[in-house]
Design a protein around this ligand. Structure first.
Ligand SMILES: [Zn+2]
Ligand SMILES: [Zn+2]
Length: 861
């Protein structure tokens, strides 16, 4: 984008022609239809020097959107030319020059030339015949979309809610027209606050559930409920007490929190069918009803559900799809026109082996783990998703996509995904997708990074994926930033070059939860971006453009602010380099953010929470350093008793991963720490940690006090003349009731090279495990739990933690009931090694102990 690059152009041209032919064939769609039988060769003068001889002809029985279409045509033609065309109905038997809007008896003489059967509810025909202009489309929204397309041809643009470009033209000449358009996707929803405005949405031909579209704009595509509905179908407070068997069996227990339903229980099916029928009765306006998994893991592991999974090739989507099909089959008997929605998301992304979605079922496939910097077909980290997409599109012609178009941890973070969008919306079309939801920042105040530009570009591509995206961006940027357009476009291109593959860019990948420490947001990039913003601010001559430049600059201000939060160890303290400066910048940044009406910086959290978080967490923490000849270890007692650095003295290498200052609850994250949990899945209990007096330079002792009467004593000690840190935690129940407890000790490291790194150990059954972290063609992340005979026999090791350095975790095997590892190679490498103590129902006065050694081993001398 924004570069004259022959290789890339060729690829896009190829994509475009592929899209046109495959979409056209697969869905019976016709774009750029041209069969001029007696199309006039003469242009028509709609308005001459502000005077028009034309009327707008509509039917007496026009639909609300057709009436609105005529009014919109009248309004914008007048705004352009000064001429107000009268609106007349067929009853007035108008003669002479007419623009016919919507089907009516006035259209009859030309009806044989309009393929009404091809229009559907949203398609339209634009034709000039003799002295007539025909704008005739499907009654629901087709004619309205035809009018907007006609006006676009005259130069009208509706860029944002507040910015339209309606050219002043006292003379309007219509070139001969003969075309039929239909949308490439039946469902089109850019999910941004900025895209929800009724007029903006209608004028840009999007029809999503979140938009304020009403009868006058032909309604919209309505979901009820929207998503993640399992607990809405069977509320735990209503059923769990008497029927725990309706809920997922997870890790040996039925759970009604943070889990799913048991999808092979016949009563769950019966109750779900009843619930959906009830929804249809209460919300007849909806066209699609969602029976979809909750937003977490926790699928059912009962024998029935497992059997279905096995029959379906091990896919978790198997039980889901069979269940949803059974619901859809019953619903169709009473409501053949209603659709049932479900997700292929997270654990259910791979399709089942045998089950096939019924015709009234829509699958929303969600590429939640994909790299968003690169076209999915070109990025190795997205190969896994392309496999899922192709497999789903083989088994359904009704596939929908839930695509992600922002960073959900940081709505303002620069998010260079326009190369990806420009390629992947057409790519979806080519793979038989018929509906697309593009999830962005839908907070009350909106203001997500590039929300306006993004919404505009997405809306246009959803209607016609073969458009040239660069031109759309140029047009938008020119209108939106005025005299500042050139540096703003340069900033946009600079940002995209950070991720564009070599030789055109730096080729870095990017995900929807990427933190600001990501290397595409380098210091060098920030410096260049700041220069361009300075140029833009100088160039902007009007208030509107200046304000927009200032708002766009928030993205760079935000990254700088988060970079400045990075803590470092200095003089016995763990603290950001310039704490006072940071506080000032934070306050002025928040003031700016509020001045733009922005209400959220991260998905689902208010600005006041950011402020609270900042004042609670961003402050100096006392650090205790332990040292022997081989190792130096820094502990921050107030940060949950965490070890924050573990340095091999010979190389100076810190084995622990440096947390990103953009992470949630930073700096109380990562490192080496211990927690007390009710079981393997529940949330850790809250504790306050305190340092006891330190008596020797190689050892310290901490006490943790829990609100439920538990008390932990933790000893952290460097072993004499060994590069090994010994930790020992003893939990005692000081309360008067028994508590379910299990201790977890974990260590977060940053492997140097995820491809080379291996987890290896001898198992309790004597066999050996060697676990690779990254598999070709898979997402670059993973998780494993090892228990029973597969559990490490008292020791396990991770190689390549540092240069020729391995981390060895040793523990008394009779104290440990389970080991786990989880890792990701996205943005920066991170791997957590964790061990669980025995699980106990701890009576008052009883204790539970967990010891663990963390040592460094040189792999090459
Ligand atoms: Zn089950
Ligand atoms: Zn990538």
């Amino acid at each position: 984008m924004g570069r004259a690059d022959a290789g890339d152009k060729t690829r896009r041209q190829f994509l475009k022609s592929a899209v046109l032919s495959s979409v056209g064939l697969a869905a019976g769609r016709i774009r750029g239809f041209s069969a001029p039988v007696d199309a006039p060769s003469k242009p028509l003068a709609l308005v001459k020097q502000g005077v028009s001889t034309y009327s707008i002809g509509v039917s007496e029985t026009a639909s609300p959107s057709e009436k609105h279409a005529a009014a919109e045509l009248q309004k914008f033609v007048e705004e352009m030319s000064g001429a107000r065309l009268p609106i007349v109905t067929e009853a007035e038997k108008p003669e002479g020059n007419l623009v016919l809007v919507g089907n009516s008896t006035l259209v009859e003489p030309f009806a044989s030339k309009i393929s009404f059967e091809k229009l559907g509810p949203e398609g339209f025909v634009l034709r000039t015949v003799g002295n007539r202009v025909l704008i005739v489309g499907g009654r629901q929204r087709g004619t309205l979309y035809g009018v907007y397309t006609f006006l676009e041809k005259l130069g009208c643009r509706w860029f944002t809610r507040d910015l339209s470009v309606i050219p002043k033209k006292p003379t309007l000449v219509i070139e001969p027209l003969d075309e039929l358009q239909r949308p490439a996707f039946e469902y089109r929803e850019p999910f941004f606050t900025e895209a929800s405005d009724k007029d903006w949405a209608a004028r840009n031909k999007v029809n999503g559930s979140s938009m304020d579209l009403d009868e006058s704009t032909g309604g919209k595509f309505i979901y009820y409920p929207f998503v993640h509905t399992f607990y809405q179908i069977l509320p735990a407070e209503k059923y769990f007490g008497e029927h725990p068997e309706y809920y997922a069996l997870v890790d040996g227990q039925r759970r009604s929190d943070n889990a799913q339903l048991c999808l092979t229980n016949p009563n769950v099916l019966r109750l779900t069918i009843n619930k959906v029928l009830e929804w249809i009765e209460q919300h007849p306006e909806a066209s699609i009803y969602s029976v979809s998994q909750n937003d977490c893991e926790g699928w059912c592991e009962c024998d029935g559900c497992r059997r279905v999974e096995q029959e379906e090739g091990g896919a978790h989507s198997g039980p889901i799809l069979r269940f949803v099909n059974a619901v859809a089959l019953e619903v169709a008997k009473q409501h053949p026109d209603k659709l049932i929605d479900t997700l292929a998301y997270w654990y259910s992304e791979p399709p089942p082996l045998h089950a096939r979605p019924l015709p009234n079922v829509r699958i929303r496939l969600c590429p939640i783990g994909a790299c968003e910097a690169h076209p999915y077909e070109d990025c190795k980290d997205d190969a896994y998703f392309m496999n899922h997409l192709r497999a789903w599109s083989k088994i359904t012609n009704q596939l929908y996509i839930w695509h992600y178009v922002t960073n959900f941890s940081h709505y303002l973070l620069p998010f260079p995904d326009f190369d990806e969008l420009a390629a992947d919306i057409p790519m979806y079309g080519k793979n038989g997708v018929v509906g697309i939801f593009l999830e962005g920042d839908f907070a009350d105040g909106g203001g997500g990074e590039n929300a306006e530009l993004r919404s505009y570009v997405m809306a246009r591509l959803l209607w016609n994926p073969s458009l040239e995206v660069d031109r759309i961006i140029d047009e938008f940027v020119a209108a939106y930033y005025g005299k500042a357009a050139r540096p703003m476009r340069a900033y946009f291109d600079l940002l995209h070059r950070q991720v564009r593959p070599a030789p055109h860019g730096r080729g870095q990948h990017m995900w929807i939860y990427t933190n600001p420490g990501a290397s595409y947001l380098s210091q060098d990039f920030i410096a260049q971006a700041r220069k361009l913003f300075q140029q833009a601010e100088t160039a902007a001559t009007d208030d509107a453009a200046r304000t927009r430049v200032h708002k766009a600059r928030l993205s760079i201000d935000y990254v700088r602010l988060l970079h400045a939060r990075a803590f470092e160890v200095r003089d016995g303290s763990y603290v950001p380099a310039d704490l006072e400066g940071l506080k000032e910048n934070f306050q002025s940044f928040m003031k700016d953010v509020r001045s733009f009406g922005i209400t959220e910086l991260h998905e689902g959290s208010k600005l006041s929470e950011d402020e609270e978080d900042f004042s609670n967490r961003i402050k100096p923490y006392h650090v205790v350093t332990l040292e022997n000849t081989l190792m130096r270890v820094d502990v921050a007692p107030e940060l949950s008793g965490r070890v924050i650095r573990m340095i091999e003295r010979r190389t100076g290498h810190d084995l622990l991963r440096r947390a990103d200052p953009g992470e949630r609850s930073y700096p109380d994250v990562g490192g080496l720490s211990v927690s007390v949990n009710p079981d393997y899945l529940g949330r850790a209990y809250e504790a306050t940690w305190e340092l006891e007096a330190q008596t020797v330079p190689t050892e310290l002792r901490l006490t943790g006090t829990y609100t439920n009467g538990l008390k932990a004593t933790r000893v952290i000690r460097l072993r004499k003349d060994e590069p090994v840190l010994h930790t020992e935690t003893t939990l005692e129940n000081h309360g008067d009731t028994a508590q379910d407890v299990v201790l977890q000790s974990r260590c977060v490291v940053g492997p140097r090279n995820m491809e080379e790194s291996r987890i290896s150990f001898r198992r309790q059954d004597g066999r050996t495990t060697k676990q690779r972290l990254i598999e070709a063609g898979q997402e670059p992340r993973g998780a494993e739990t090892y228990d029973g005979p597969e559990q490490p026999d008292g020791e396990w090791m991770l190689s390549e933690v540092g240069p020729s350095l391995a981390l060895v975790n040793r523990f008394p095997k009779d104290q440990v009931s389970r080991c786990f590892a989880r890792w990701t190679g996205k943005t920066d490498n991170s791997l957590t090694l964790g061990i669980w103590s025995a699980k106990r129902h701890l009576a008052p006065g009883e204790t539970l102990k967990l010891e663990a050694d963390y040592g460094i081993r040189r792999t090459i001398s």
